[in-house]
Design a protein around this ligand. Structure first.
Ligand SMILES: NC(=O)c1ccc[n+]([C@@H]2O[C@H](COP(=O)([O-])OP(=O)(O)OC[C@H]3O[C@@H](n4cnc5c(N)ncnc54)[C@H](O)[C@@H]3O)[C@@H](O)[C@H]2O)c1
Length: 273
C-alpha cells in the first residue's frame, strides 16, 4: 500500500526497525506503520518469538520481511544483521532504533556498575553500532534517514531509580545531533523521537502493582496535559514523517511526541478553568 500523499510515500524505500519484537510495543507499531506507508520493512529483535509474530503480521499485509534475531549489544550479531540486509535489499533507506533495557530501579548510590554497563551497552553502544552499519550502506546511495528513539527522560529527570536509563537516553539525543551534523552533506538525516509514558506491555506489568497504580501513575498522568498515557500507535505518524521526503530539511531534531508533557511547566495543570 502506498500513501495518497506523495511527500509521505515510502514506496520503494527499505527500512530496518530494531526492537520490533514486542507485540504492543513502540517498535512493533512503527514497523507495521512504515510497511503500511509503503516501505519494505526488515525487523530485528532479541526476542525470537516476538520477532516471528511481527514478521507474520508484516507478511499478512503483503511484505516479505527480513526478520533477524539480533542483540544490538553484540557486534558480531549486528554485523550479521547488516550483512543480510545488504545482501537481500537494495541498500537501506531508513533505520529506526528502538530497543532499550532498564533491568533495575535502584537509588543511584546503590547502582551496580554491571547494570550501568549493560544499559550503556544496549541503549547507547548498540544504537551507535547500528547507526554506523546503516551509515555505511546509506553513504553509498548518499541518502537515508535514521530515527533514534530517545525519551523525555533524557531531557529532564524522572527520579524513581531512572538515573542510568535517563543518562543513556541523553546520550542518544547527543548522538543524534552529532550524526546529523556529520552526515547532512551526504544526504543523510538523523533525528530522534522522544516519547513520554506510553501504554506498552512493559508499563502494563506495573499496573498490577498497587503502589505504582495508586501513587506513581497519578503523578505521571498529572504531567500529561491530555490526561492519559500515550499509545504505541502515536509514534507511527511522526516516524513516517521523519523517514519521508516531507521532512527533507528536518535534521538533528529531538521531536517530543508526548502529548505536551515537555511543554507543561512542572506547576502547570491542564483544563483547570
Ligand atoms: N514505553 C514508554 O513509556 C516509553 C517512554 C519513553 C521512551 N520510551 C522508549 O521507547 C522505546 C520502546 O519502548 P517500549 O516500551 O515500546 O519497549 P518494548 O519493551 O515494548 O520494546 C523494546 C524491544 O527491544 C527489544 N530489545 C531489548 N534489548 C534488545 C537488544 N539488546 N537487542 C535487540 N532488541 C532488544 C525487546 O525484546 C523489545 O522487543 C525504547 O527506546 C524506550 O526507551 C518508551
Amino acid at each position: 500500500m502506498t500513501s495518497s500523499l506523495p511527500l509521505f510515500d515510502l514506496a520503494g524505500r527499505t527500512a530496518l526497525v530494531t526492537g520490533a519484537g514486542a507485540n504492543g510495543g513502540i517498535g512493533h507499531a512503527i514497523a507495521l506503520g512504515l510497511a503500511r506507508a509503503g516501505a519494505q520493512v526488515a525487523v530485528a529483535d532479541i526476542d525470537a518469538d516476538g520477532l516471528a509474530k511481527t514478521a507474520a503480521e508484516l507478511a499478512a499485509i503483503g511484505q516479505e520481511p527480513i526478520a533477524e534475531i539480533c542483540d544490538i549489544a553484540d557486534a558480531s550479531q549486528v554485523n550479521a544483521l547488516f550483512s543480510v540486509i545488504a545482501a537481500r535489499s537494495c541498500g537501506l533507506d531508513i533505520l529506526v532504533n528502538v530497543p532499550f533495557v532498564f533491568p533495575v530501579r535502584v537509588r543511584p548510590h546503590e547502582l551496580e556498575m554491571a547494570d550501568w554497563e549493560q544499559m550503556l551497552a544496549v541503549n547507547v553502544t548498540g544504537y551507535l553500532r547500528c547507526c554506523q552499519a546503516a551509515l555505511r550502506l546509506m553513504l553509498t546511495a548518499r541518502r537515508g534517514a535514521i530515527i533514534n528513539i530517545g525519551s523525555n527522560a533524557g531531557v529532564s529527570a524522572l527520579g524513581r531509580g531512572a538515573l542510568p536509563y535517563s543518562c543513556t537516553k541523553a546520550a542518544v539525543h547527543q548522538m543524534t545531533r552529532e550524526l546529523a551534523v556529520e552526515y547532512a552533506g551526504a544526504g543523510i538525516r538523523v533525528n530522534a523521537i522522544l516519547p513520554a509514558q506510553t501504554l506498552t506491555p512493559g508499563l502494563s506489568l506495573h499496573l498490577d502493582n498497587p503502589r505504582f497504580r495508586d501513587q506513581v501513575l497519578p503523578r505521571i498522568l498529572s504531567g500529561l496535559p491530555q490526561g492519559k498515557l500515550l499509545q504505541p500507535q502515536d509514534y507511527v505518524g511522526p516516524t513516517i514523517f521523519l523517514a519521508s521526503d516531507a521532512a527533507i530539511a528536518v535534521n538533528g531534531v529531538l521531536l517530543p511526541v508526548d502529548g505536551g508533557n515537555l511543554a507543561m511547566n512542572a506547576g502547570g495543570s491542564a483544563n483547570w478553568l
